[in-house]
Design a protein around this ligand. Structure first.
Ligand code: HEM
Length: 130
């Protein structure tokens, strides 16, 4: 028997402790990423609204969608990204940073895949330009 294999993804990610550590690292990478910062609207928004707010909202969302006890209260993905004109190559850059953060904190491949499948469902609402 492998009881852990059936635990909610939230728990397999280390709960809020694990999730907040990964999200903290991820948002820092994203905010420094050259491909991401080359998008003027994204750069201005990151510089203005700041990482702490984003970290809080993203962690809250990841907690909820992985089966944790949180309730996401932020704006919808469409509302918060449509004005940014995010393109495919910026999504790819984000995905790379995301993986780097998950790797850094040794999240196993299966959990990474599961999490990225969930995150991927937001893509159509986030990548709205070309
Ligand atoms: C290329 C990919 C992405 C970029 C460049 C990006 C950038 C941003 C920026 C700049 C904001 C602040 C918008 C504003 O306040 O004007 C934001 C908000 C947010 N993003 Fe993203 N994002 C990306 C992908 C994602 C993904 C994949 C998720 C999670 C599935 C996500 C979750 C959020 C959340 C929860 C907020 C806060 C919403 C609110 O203000 O209530 N983002 N993002």
């Amino acid at each position: 028997q492998q009881p852990d294999a059936k635990a909610p993804l939230f728990e397999r990610l280390g709960g809020l402790r694990g999730i907040t550590v990964v999200v903290d690292d991820f948002v820092d990478r994203l905010a420094k990423n050259r491909t991401i910062r080359a998008n003027r609207a994204v750069k201005d928004s990151l510089d203005r609204s700041g990482a702490p707010y984003l970290k809080f909202q993203v962690a809250q969302m990841v907690c909820e969608v992985t089966g944790g006890p949180c309730r996401y209260t932020g704006r919808t993905m469409k509302e918060s990204h449509a004005h940014l004109g995010i393109v495919e190559k910026e999504w790819a850059a984000m995905a790379k940073d995301f993986k780097a953060s998950l790797d850094r904190f040794k999240v196993p491949a299966a959990e990474q895949r599961e999490l990225f499948d969930i995150v991927g469902t937001t893509k159509a609402d986030i990548v709205t330009a070309r």
